[in-house]
Design a protein around this ligand. Sequence first.
Ligand code: DLZ
Length: 158
Amino acid sequence: MATALKNLSEYQSEGIRDVSARRFGIVVAEWNHEVTEALFEGAIATLKQHGVPDENVVRKNVPGSFELSLGGQYLAQRPDIDAVICLGCVIQGETRHFDFICSAVAHGITEVGLKYNKPVIFGVLTPDNQQQALDRAGGKHGNKGDEAAITAIKMLSF
Ligand code: DLZ
């Protein structure tokens, strides 16, 4: 008998443990701040929906997405922080900056998570233009910050 496919919200709520006493670090890149602030708002709203109080969240800014790995490491190494969410937006430009930054931050964030054995979440948009970014930062395609927070919560429920 065919099994009905679950929708995304069913997957999102499945197997989630109580994270209200867990502590989260959020690193926000200042480049494209209109977008990254919206990502932050999405992430914090989702943490609150899951019972995480403000005092259990530490926010730090870094200049650009390239710095997210090191900023994430500063937070991941703290024993009082259980998971780190890295938020950035790298917009495709005419230079090769895009490829270098995206590749560096993806590898860097992966390494930090493995080094500290903690969830370090890649909440970085890589759109072609600002409209695509805004569409994914609280616009018609949802909010990647929300997804990043759910991902952190799910990894803490592992
Ligand atoms: C330099 C640069 C460029 C061109 N574009 C972006 C971007 O779209 N998004 C972003 O987060 N950061 C950008 N940066 C800045 C780099 O991430 C970094 O801060 C600088 O190269 C200094 O290391």
